[in-house]
Design a protein around this ligand. Structure first.
Ligand code: XMP
Length: 327
């Protein structure tokens, strides 16, 4: 039997009871696979890796070591939440690596989006491999592979290995407990495992993170402005109930300045672009009409609270022709 094929008889997990049955089944399967072995997991804080971490913690506890690499391109509060939930609340073995300087130094002056992505991906593997080598013998590598990853890698759309590209000397057996689940099922399982709503309902966030939203060559000041503006957007959308109605929303900071006036003096600062989209599968997307008062409040807050910003724009481009992300 091909274990990468979802059996036709497998019910879609929609209820807490179904999720609990899945969890019990997986805990038994994980214990059988892992035995007394040691497991390593790259924990990004995204839904899939978080659910895998929570499942493994229940199944094998301290035999699991999670590594969270902060590449300096996380959203505000994200790494802190990973540490709080997994280390402090769930008691996981968690190695936290703040590699911000390492990533930002490598990215300095790099303008091309594809090159930026390659640097971020390549550096991630390096940092992760270095951390893995520091640990005692590891037998298994856990991954948050989900069923669409398997389907897409079968179609040749993308390689599904989340931490693909590890050095050949590092040979681990893979542990992929949610590989037959669709995203909505992973969320139901995450809720049943008691993960916080903010983590389970998290929007898609690209691996290269804010790196593809801080356009062109990333600078620390623009990155800081982007992170603050994004936090304000998230707070105000949540306050207006839009986080339940809009599929994905974020801010973008381009690499050019615009003229403004602040306190009677000329300003020459960055614009912030608000990007919000509704979609089913991210292949096409529409732009929702956002209440003017909400947009105005976000604009006022960004302009008064975020240093170095003098304009706020709302993007109207659907996909196609635009993609959801700018880079
Ligand atoms: P685009 O920009 O292609 O994005 O319309 C479609 C969806 O995919 C997300 N996205 C990524 N996710 N790694 C990811 O895990 C990436 O490099 C990446 N690039 C885009 C994007 O946020 C949107 O939801």
């Amino acid at each position: 039997m091909d274990t990468n094929v979802r059996p036709e008889t497998m019910e879609r997990i929609r209820t807490k009871e179904q999720a609990e049955a899945f969890i019990a089944e997986q805990i038994a399967a994980l214990r059988a696979q892992i035995g007394k072995g040691k497991v390593l997991l790259a924990l990004s804080g995204g839904v899939d890796s978080s659910v895998v971490a929570a499942l493994l913690l229940r199944a094998v506890g301290k035999q699991l070591t999670c590594v969270h690499v902060n590449h300096g391109l996380m959203r505000k509060g994200e790494s802190e939440q990973v540490i709080d939930v997994f280390k402090h609340q769930l008691g996981a073995n968690l190695v936290y690596v703040d590699a911000t300087d390492r990533f930002l130094d490598k990215l300095a002056g790099v303008v091309d989006p594809e090159q930026k992505r390659k640097i971020i991906g390549g550096e991630f593997i390096k940092v992760f491999a270095e951390e893995a080598e520091k640990l005692d013998h590891i037998d298994f590598l856990a991954q948050g592979t989900i069923y669409p990853d398997i389907l897409e890698s079968k179609d040749g759309v993308k390689a599904h290995h989340n931490v693909g590209g590890l050095p050949e000397s590092m040979t681990f057996e893979l542990v992929e407990p949610v590989k037959l689940l669709f995203k909505d099922e992973v969320r139901v399982v995450g809720r049943a495992l008691g993960l916080p709503a903010g983590m389970v309902d998290r929007q898609p966030f690209p691996g290269p993170g804010l790196g593809v939203r801080c356009l062109g060559a990333i600078t620390r000041d623009r990155l800081a402005a982007l992170r603050e503006a994004d936090a304000i957007l998230r707070e105000e959308f949540a306050g207006a109930g839009l986080d339940k109605k809009v599929w994905q929303f974020f801010t973008v900071v381009p690499d050019f300045r615009a003229t403004g006036v602040r306190g009677g003096k000329r300003a020459f600062d960055w614009p912030v672009i608000i990007r919000a989209v509704n979609t089913v599968d991210a292949m096409t997307a529409t732009v929702p009409e956002i209440d003017w008062a909400v947009l105005k409040r976000i604009t006022d807050r960004i302009l008064s609270e975020v240093p170095g910003v003098c304009r706020v724009l709302y993007e109207l481009s659907p996909k196609p022709v635009a993609t959801i992300e700018w880079e």
